[in-house]
Design a protein around this ligand. Structure first.
Ligand SMILES: [Zn+2]
Length: 136
């Protein structure tokens, strides 16, 4: 079940500190299917808009169905961690390459799974409770 918006926002802040991307201004936006279709152009999936030049971004979570919202948060924050790779790809490739995008997403998914294996929600909650500095 999806926690309250304030709780997810606290989790994002905690994850940002843990993943050392706390200099980013991340906004959580909860949308239902219809709003998601209008905003992101796809009703089925969560998503994010990340402005790599201005260190800000929105994370969109679809509230219309049960899914792994924690995975979405970690995945999008992994994109922030890997932003230098995105810059390098764009510089080297001179634009978007489908093959590079696919490989990059596979890398982000592998990173996300590794992080979640090491730090699933219960472990994350313990870290937050035992070290107030992480969220403070
Ligand atoms: Zn992605």
């Amino acid at each position: 079940m999806l926690p309250k918006k304030e709780v997810i926002e606290q989790i994002i802040k905690g994850l940002q500190k843990l993943m050392r991307v706390q200099d980013w201004d991340v906004t959580l936006i909860l949308l239902n299917d219809k709003e998601m279709e209008k905003t992101v152009g796809d009703s089925g999936v969560d998503g994010a808009f990340l402005d790599l030049h201005h260190n800000c971004g929105n994370i969109y979570i679809n509230t219309s169905y049960e899914h792994d919202w924690y995975y979405t948060l970690v995945h999008e924050l992994c994109h922030l961690q890997a932003r230098m790779l995105t810059h390098a790809f764009r510089h080297l490739m001179g634009g978007k390459s489908e093959r590079i995008t696919l490989i990059y997403e596979q890398y982000i998914n592998a990173l996300t799974k590794t992080f979640i294996n090491l730090c699933p929600v219960p472990t994350f909650n313990k870290i937050i409770q035992s070290n107030i500095d992480i969220v403070g």
